[in-house]
Design a binder for this molecule. Sequence first.
Ligand code: 1CP
Length: 355
Amino acid sequence: MTELKNDRYLRALLREPVDMTPVWMMRQAGRYLPEYKATRAQAGDFMSLCRNADLACEVTLQPLRRYDLDAAILFSDILTIPDAMGLGLSFGAGEGPKFARTIQTKADVDNLPIPDPEGELQYVMNAVRTIRRELKGEVPLIGFSGSPWTLATYMVEGGSSKAFTKIKKMLYSEPKVLNALLNKLADSVTLYLNAQIKAGAQSVMIFDTWGGVLAHHDYPQFSLQYMHKIVDGLIRENEGRKVPVTLFTKGGGLWLEAIADTGCDAVGLDWTVDIANARARVGHKVALQGNMDPSVLYAPAERIEQEVSDILAGFGNGSGHVFNLGHGIHQDVPEESPKIFVDAIHRLSQHYHEK
Ligand code: 1CP
């Protein structure tokens, strides 16, 4: 395997010294880039793009050609697992995800298979292998999955949701059915992420996009417990290097201590959290990733640079911070804004890392 030319993202996740703060952007490949739209049109629909290793590799690399990013993220989706379980995923034009079949009963859960990562999901592993080869050691590759809770919301609701009434009804009326589903998903995610690591992912991240909709006493039982189980089952070292694990719960600021206690290496923060406060609470245990409001990328250059500067100052001196947006980049941000953002992080962070 080629030696990594830029490992500051991996080093920062392990709180090892770096020369400047690394940065990548959630959803960095996507519709805000005209070249993404062109490749997607070539593929047909979104899932065809995910299933084509060469095109998935191409869109993974597109943002790296424009911006000085310190990591690449696999181009895929969190909904590949429920799709491989047989729920029939589709994306209508301009719409969110939809499942042909949903999970309602204990029998539905019992009938769900645990997908073989080198079987039904082999197209994801092929994309990982292709991207890793084409990256040529420039920057590390991040693999990812959805959290069991977040995947379950789509499987029970049948798609995106605002109020999460179906899954909450299941949580309060049939908690055992939901726990059985979450256990099956935790096993599936563990196998899936370990296969991504074996295929070449150098760090992995779990997106718990909807953990923040849970009541404070339900989050540990219905989301965190299952992410903890996954962390316990992951391969933590490969190719002679540690494979850092990042957990991101959107709206998870209440539970940072509990998230850090799972044994993960890093905790992702959304923009509602003050990073100085987060570091004081959990910075002795984990690295932090985040956390600029993605909407700041609509602002003029000076305002973007001010926000970057404030977040860097909030984290303070030393390693243990991976800069990112607090959630995915919006589709209509000006093309030049990400460059202003990324370059400001590299330029303004250097004096926080002097020996
Ligand atoms: O081209 C298109 O129209 C499809 C849009 C799109 C893209 C670009 C979807 C559909 N998924 C993706 C790629 C994707 N999804 C990536 C890789 C790209 C990158 O980061 O550079 C990743 C990491 C995801 C993860 C994902 N998918 C999450 C977790 C992260 C988050 O944003 O919170 C979630 C919740 C999804 C579900 C999903 N897939 C696609 C959409 C539009 C959605 C969100 C639907 C909803 O709001 O419920």
